[in-house]
Every structure is written in structure tokens, then in C-alpha cells.
Design a protein around this ligand. Structure first.
Ligand SMILES: [Fe+2]
Length: 193
């Protein structure tokens, strides 16, 4: 399979090339995330690169709440994806995991993020504003849920080292802590069966 630049712009191609160079030159996921940080911060600070259509929710959402997950780039070997997660005001994601390391940051709106332990106990809560981002290094911080707290839709940018929308991961019931198989899908790209 070949690389898919769904949002095919020089900026996205340059970003992906820089990220790949950083990963190739890093000895660990932690080091790669450190190396990517300045480039990722610049992406979150740039108001012009993400077209409006990728900032819209999805009424048919598989996640519920009108949440839209838009694929922007996917590596041919499925080892890297860039996508936008759009969460309408008042909506929240299920509690879920990602099963891959990478960077997640807020582009528009505000969110509350609740982080859970591997035992699905709430461990931390943080309020996110545009430009805030964090490294996701499973198992640390892998299980969370996000809720939009702004009266406008929130848009977060995800750079993760798997095909996050298409892999089978887990959603969790925060009361019973039970896991169920979860595949979020993408609004704009179908997953293979
Ligand atoms: Fe997430």
C-alpha cells in the first residue's frame, strides 16, 4: 500500500517528512516525541492549513455525539497517521485507548480531558486550550475521554503511530470498567474489513 495524503498540501507533506526524519533519528518513542514537539507546536499555531470541512462534526458518527474523525494522512505501512478529531459543544468521546504512541494537541475550542489508569480508574483531569498538546506514550496516558467545554466545536490534531481509526481498540465503561471492542473509523475513509 502507498502513502495516502488525503489533505495533500506542501505543508502536510513537509510535516510528515520532518516527523519521519525525527522518528528515524530517535532511539525511543520518548525521544521521537521530543524531537517532533517544535514542529507539532507550529502546526497547532498555524490558523490556515486545515480546511473547514475537516473541522466539521459527523452527524452519522460511530462514536456518537456528532463526533467526526477526519483522516489527513496515512502511511502505506499504517505506521503513522495524522487526523483531526472534531467534538461538538457538550459532546464527549467514550472512554477509550489508542494502542500507539504519538502526539495529541488542541487546535480550536477548549476541552476537558480525563485520564484513566490501566485499571480504568480516573487519575487526572486537565483543561486544554488551543496550542496545548501532550505526548501519548502507552501504557501511560493511553486511556482517556475528552469533552468539549467551549460553545464552539473543538478540533484536536492527532499524530499517532498506528492506523488509529481502523484498528480495533477498546472503549471502557467507567462504572464497571469493562472493555468492549471499539473501532472509531474515519468520516472520509473506509476501513478494510
Ligand atoms: Fe483519544
Amino acid at each position: 500500500m502507498s502513502d495516502e495524503f488525503i489533505l495533500d498540501t506542501p505543508l502536510v507533506r513537509g510535516f510528515v517528512a520532518d516527523v519521519r526524519a525525527a522518528i528515524a533519528g530517535a532511539g525511543s518513542p520518548e525521544a521521537a516525541c521530543e524531537a517532533i514537539r517544535p514542529r507539532f507546536a507550529a502546526l497547532l499555531a498555524d490558523p490556515d492549513w486545515l480546511p473547514e470541512r475537516y473541522q466539521e462534526g459527523d452527524p452519522e458518527s460511530g462514536m456518537g455525539g456528532g463526533i467526526g474523525q477526519w483522516l489527513l494522512f496515512r502511511a502505506g505501512d499504517r505506521s503513522l497517521t495524522l487526523f483531526a478529531l472534531v467534538v461538538p459543544p457538550g459532546s464527549q468521546t467514550p472512554v477509550h485507548d489508542h494502542l500507539a504512541w504519538g502526539l495529541v494537541g488542541l487546535y480550536k475550542g477548549t476541552q476537558d480531558e480525563e485520564i484513566f489508569s490501566q485499571a480504568v480508574e480516573p487519575v487526572e483531569r486537565r483543561a486544554l486550550a488551543p496550542g496545548d498538546f501532550y505526548a501519548l506514550l502507552p501504557p501511560r496516558d493511553d486511556i482517556h475521554r475528552v469533552k468539549t467545554t467551549s460553545d464552539v466545536t473543538s478540533v484536536s490534531i492527532h499524530l499517532l503511530t498506528n492506523d488509529t481509526g481502523c484498528v480495533w481498540r477498546h472503549a471502557y465503561d467507567p462504572e464497571s470498567r469493562a472493555a468492549t471492542p471499539f473501532r472509531s473509523g474515519y468520516v472520509n475513509v473506509a476501513c478494510e474489513e
